[in-house]
Design a protein around this ligand. Structure first.
Ligand code: NDP
Length: 294
């Protein structure tokens, strides 16, 4: 049976290190990193997520502020708020919770955030910097995947990595990060031919698809490391719901060398990496070295 990669425990350890880094920066340099989250509308999942971000930011010793705006907020008002936050020195990281209501142009809003404060790493300039290997703010979930892989496998050089999914927020940035780690990267998607055969070539298989349990056990190369990014809520036979990933966990864990569970795998890494990005952003903005170990 595969080793279970415990993302929950890893993320807790990372948050502890971040907490120590925050107190070090504050006592040595007088800088208290601050994260501001902007939420437009009342999407229940987004509200839960934003609460969780706020709580973990405070627990790490950072400043946390939230701007909750009504669903009918105009694009101009949202852009004006972002402009104020860009110019507020107490704000080191700005995150606009997605999705935004339909009447607001998401990419216009993301690209209005200061590149230096874009802790989600979605600004077009951060995306470009990541792709050419320049210092940037890296999207949180992809960064979390790579931290787990490096913790489990050490040096990733020469590994065959297959990423199923080519979204801008997960698949593409994961592929860029694994290229930087000297993997041989294949990105698969809905038009890929013979996806099972492509997956079977993978030493590292990352599933970021949004299709419950798409990746079957017999798509996995024996001994491979499987990172399941998917979070899908499905109905059980008893009429209840439960969370499953994009990988058939029971089948894959009989073949893989190691696998992330859902929940408790990649999921908890996202907020931990958001806190990490906020500390990195604050350090860069103040010309302070980023503490080791985060
Ligand atoms: P998107 O819907 O944006 O992208 C899905 C990708 O999967 C697309 O590239 C699509 O291909 C590909 N795809 C869809 N169906 C198939 C198929 N049958 N075979 C092969 N490829 C397919 O999703 P996201 O990247 O935003 O999210 C992916 C999953 O990760 C979701 O379950 C989401 O909930 C989860 N997630 C988890 C996070 C976390 O852990 N914190 C954060 C973000 C996402 P094509 O481009 O051809 O359409």
């Amino acid at each position: 049976m595969a080793t279970v990669i415990d993302g929950k425990a890893f993320a807790a350890g990372l948050r502890e290190k971040i907490g120590k880094a925050v107190s070090e920066i504050q006592s040595n340099h007088g800088v208290k990193p601050g994260l501001t989250v902007v939420l437009v509308g009342e999407d229940p999942a987004s509200q839960v997520y934003v609460r969780s971000k706020g709580k973990q930011t405070v627990e790490a010793g950072m400043e946390s502020t939230e701007h909750k705006l009504p669903a009918d907020t105009s694009e101009a008002d949202l852009l004006a708020l972002i402009d104020r936050l860009n110019n507020d020195d107490s704000v080191n990281g700005i995150l606009v919770q997605l999705p935004l209501p339909d009447h607001i142009d998401e990419s216009k809003v993301i690209n209005a955030i200061s590149v230096a404060k874009d802790v989600d790493g979605f600004h077009i300039e951060n995306v470009g910097k990541l792709s050419i290997g320049e210092e940037s703010l890296v999207p949180c979930t992809p960064a979390g995947c790579v931290l787990l892989l490096k913790d489990h496998l050490g040096d990733l050089t020469g590994k065959n990595a297959v990423i199923v999914g080519r979204s801008n927020i997960v698949g593409k940035p994961v592929s860029m990060l694994l290229l930087q780690e000297n993997c041989t990267v294949t990105v698969a998607h809905s038009r890929t031919q013979d996806l099972p055969a492509v997956c079977r070539e993978a030493d590292i298989l990352v599933a970021a698809v949004g299709v419950p349990e798409l990746v079957k056990g017999d798509w996995v190369k024996p001994g491979a490391t499987v990172i399941d990014v998917g979070i899908n809520r499905i109905e059980t036979a008893e009429g209840k719901t439960r969370l499953v990933g994009d990988v058939d966990y029971a089948g894959a864990s009989e073949v893989a060398g190691a696998i992330t569970p859902v929940p408790g795998g990649v999921g908890p890494m996202t907020i931990a990496c958001l806190l990490r990005n906020t500390v990195i952003a604050a350090c860069r903005q103040h010309g302070v070295p980023v503490p080791d170990g985060i």
